[in-house]
Design a binder for this molecule. Sequence first.
Ligand code: 5GP
Ligand code: ZN
Length: 114
Amino acid sequence: MSDDCLFCRIVAGEIPATVVLETKTILAFRDIAPQAPVHVVLVPKLHEPNAVALAERAPGELADLFVAAGDVAESEGIADSGFRLLFNTGADAGQTVFHAHLHLLGGKPLGHLA
Ligand code: 5GP
Ligand code: ZN
């Protein structure tokens, strides 16, 4: 846990969030500024600054994030219509919280990224 990390503080219950799933290793909660009808952020309870660092230190937790994303897509009713999974990594990608997190977006056609 990092005291000055927003997502560590949400994991610790110090900052409220609308939690949609919690497992031993993962917390998933609704994004405060949703970019789609369904916008959930999935974070490992372990603090690493980005997804690459998480993959290096704890690859199993990276896999846990994807499994949890599938479970949330099911519970949100978008597993069949489709959804986007996204890691912003670094400033040019728009990463603003430097605790690895997987965005789950869906609930409408999202268009192509590139
Ligand atoms: P990033 O831009 O780092 O990829 O994603 C960070 C995300 O966290 C943003 O989509 C932002 O809206 C969300 N966020 C920032 N602060 C809070 C907060 O206090 N609570 C919740 N639930 N989401 C937050
Ligand atoms: Zn953190």
